[in-house]
Design a binder for this molecule. Structure first.
Ligand SMILES: [Fe+2]
Length: 241
């Protein structure tokens, strides 16, 4: 199974050798061997997550923030290609952080949009994730205990970052709650089942300093169908990432 959590693997799979992309409705353009990334379309309308996440937040978050990660990833990769051609190792090293930050931002947000679903849709019911919920109950004792633990982890994050439920690469594929700082993606072979963006841009316009209310409400729009597919390895993302 392809590991969807590894940044470099992800980038490599979007190379000219691969025709599939992160999202079925996005596409990449290859020019002179350099892949140009594009913003994947949101799989629902900007107002689909209301009242839990406002249309204004979704539009800015997707069309401005995510777009900026894509734009800056392309710029960094272009500069890196020039540095490689010029055999300028110092410039190549200097670009690593920009590639990691913007590449991570592109990966994290692409995963995030897909692990959310319109308010009231079938996908938002944990019933859509029977295998995953069984594993969650086995790990945390109950679904509510898991939600409490996950929410507490999100609220304990300092600064900007993400909270994730992951299926571990080791430990028999067990479930674990992890956080990543800034735009660091999940790495090390762990499979992100779903993630929650805890950057202020994800909630501040609507919730202001009420971070706890954002965390409480995000549970209403988690896409359990996507989560189940990632958990079981049946996600079509495995051929795309
Ligand atoms: Fe974000």
């Amino acid at each position: 199974m392809v590991n969807i959590s590894n940044l470099w693997h992800y980038l490599a799979l979007q190379s000219p050798l691969h025709s599939t992309t992160l999202s079925g409705d996005s596409f990449n353009i290859t020019t002179m061997g350099l892949t140009t990334y594009t913003l994947p379309a949101l799989p629902y309308a900007y107002d689909a997550l209301e009242p839990h996440i406002s249309a204004q937040i979704m539009e800015l978050h997707h069309s401005k923030h995510h777009q900026a990660y894509v734009t800056n990833l392309n710029k960094a990769l272009e500069s890196h290609a020039a540095a490689l051609a010029a055999n300028d190792v110092a410039a190549q090293i200097a670009l690593q952080q920009a590639i990691k930050f913007n590449g991570g931002g592109h990966i994290n947000h692409s995963l995030f949009w897909k692990n959310l679903a319109p308010t009231g849709s079938e996908e938002t019911r944990p019933d859509a994730a029977k295998e995953l919920v069984a594993a969650i109950e086995k790990t945390w004792g109950s679904f509510d205990s898991f939600k409490k633990a996950f929410s507490a982890t999100l609220l304990s994050l300092q600064g900007s970052g993400w909270g994730w439920l992951v299926k571990e690469a080791g430990n028999g594929g067990g479930l674990r709650i992890v956080t990543t700082k800034d735009q660091d993606p999940v790495v090390g072979g762990d499979v992100p089942i779903f993630g929650v963006d805890m950057w202020e841009h994800a909630y501040y316009l609507q919730y202001l300093n009420g971070k706890a209310a954002y965390v409480e409400n995000i549970w209403n729009v988690i896409n359990w169908e996507t989560a189940e597919a990632r958990f079981s390895g049946r996600s079509d993302e495995k051929t795309e990432l």
